[in-house]
Design a protein around this ligand. Structure first.
Ligand code: ASP
Length: 332
């Protein structure tokens, strides 16, 4: 029988109804009482790490989760992490960089309805997460939700209420689950042992462009942050009105050593700055990176991981475009 560590972090799955709204209160042990069949599948050890709404997750919590995996890595065969759905895709992306190439599965799950509700997705998701964590062909960080196994670097919460909460962005499902049976489509490459990392530079900002955006907003972020992600329109570009003030601000940011990452607010198919003049002008600039088909969640976690290691532009660029857990496939 496999040994699985269940790490509890909170979220709806562990929530109780209170006068002030749903609040995470159940421990991992209490969650396990709702899925008795799991004891026939594997031996479960519980680690209550936090009990918070994932709205309150910060990069410090990501590092603590990665540390929990690292500290227990040799003593178990896989991990199930219960987590709020709201920022699960960010945490799964972060863990994909903090625990790279893990041959053992690190499975995130949660739910849209608490486990003690009559109608809930919690029990199926939790059971499916354990089935996936025990499967021989599964490795690395994945989210298991509503019968889908989604790569940690490719997940996004795309529905706020219904059970089909997560989508896989620009990447196929790794596997699906039905009635307790796992059908695996993709095998992730793993290292013989994971590469653990324990530093992040969390001083990263993100701005979503709107028509008529005030260029001072980008200037403000570039003055305060080490890297700024710009969620642009379509395949990507910067406005050229206001006598090119956007380009002047980017130029100033670059001179001050800041990193700019262009991505898109369109959910699928990614960016390609080369297509339009408004984007083409930025191509090949030192300190300017392009997300291509990466999710914004992965871009954010990846640049935090990279800037936690190096400030050398050539190395930043090399690491950013080097695939980690299939986070980037298309690069122009
Ligand atoms: N607000 C909750 C959280 O992210 C939502 C959920 O878990 O579904 O913790």
């Amino acid at each position: 029988m496999k040994n699985i560590l269940m790490i509890g972090t909170g979220g709806t799955i562990a929530s109780e109804v209170t006068g002030e709204g749903l609040t995470p209160e159940l421990t991992p042990e209490q969650l396990m009482e709702y899925v008795p069949g799991v004891s026939e599948l594997c031996r479960v050890r519980c680690l209550p790490l936090f009990n918070i709404d994932s709205t309150n997750m910060t990069p410090a919590h990501w590092l603590a989760a990665a540390r929990a995996v690292r500290d227990n890595y040799d003593s178990c065969d896989g991990f199930v992490v219960t987590h709020g759905t709201d920022t699960m895709a960010y945490t799964a992306a972060a863990l994909s960089y903090l625990v790279q190439g893990s041959p053992k599965p690190i499975i995130f799950t949660g739910a849209q309805k608490p486990i003690n509700f009559d109608s809930t997705d919690s029990k199926v998701n939790l059971r499916d997460a354990f089935i996936t964590a025990c499967a021989d062909g599964i490795s690395g960080v994945n989210i298991v939700f509503n019968g889908k196994v989604i790569l940690g670097t490719r997940a996004r919460k795309t529905r706020s209420k219904s059970f089909q909460a997560f989508s896989s962005i620009n990447y196929p499902y790794v596997a699906t689950l039905q009635d307790g049976y796992l059908m695996q489509y993709i095998r992730q490459e793993a290292l013989p042992a994971p590469l653990f990392c324990d530093t992040l530079d969390a001083n990263v900002g993100l701005v979503k462009m709107i028509p008529g955006i005030d260029f001072e907003l980008i200037d403000f972020l570039l003055r305060r942050k080490d890297a700024v992600i710009i969620e642009s329109f379509g395949v990507g570009g910067l406005p050229s009105y206001n006598s090119d003030q956007f380009f002047d601000i980017i130029t100033k940011g670059i001179q001050n050593g800041k990193i700019i990452i262009m991505t898109t607010q369109v959910p699928n198919e990614g960016s390609d700055l080369a297509v339009y003049n408004v984007g083409h002008r930025l191509k090949g600039w030192r300190n300017v990176l392009e997300a291509y088909d990466m999710t914004t969640e992965s871009v954010l976690a990846k640049i935090m991981w990279i800037l936690g290691r190096t400030r050398d532009w050539e190395e930043i660029s090399r690491l950013f475009y080097k695939p980690v857990a299939n986070d980037i496939l298309y690069r122009g």
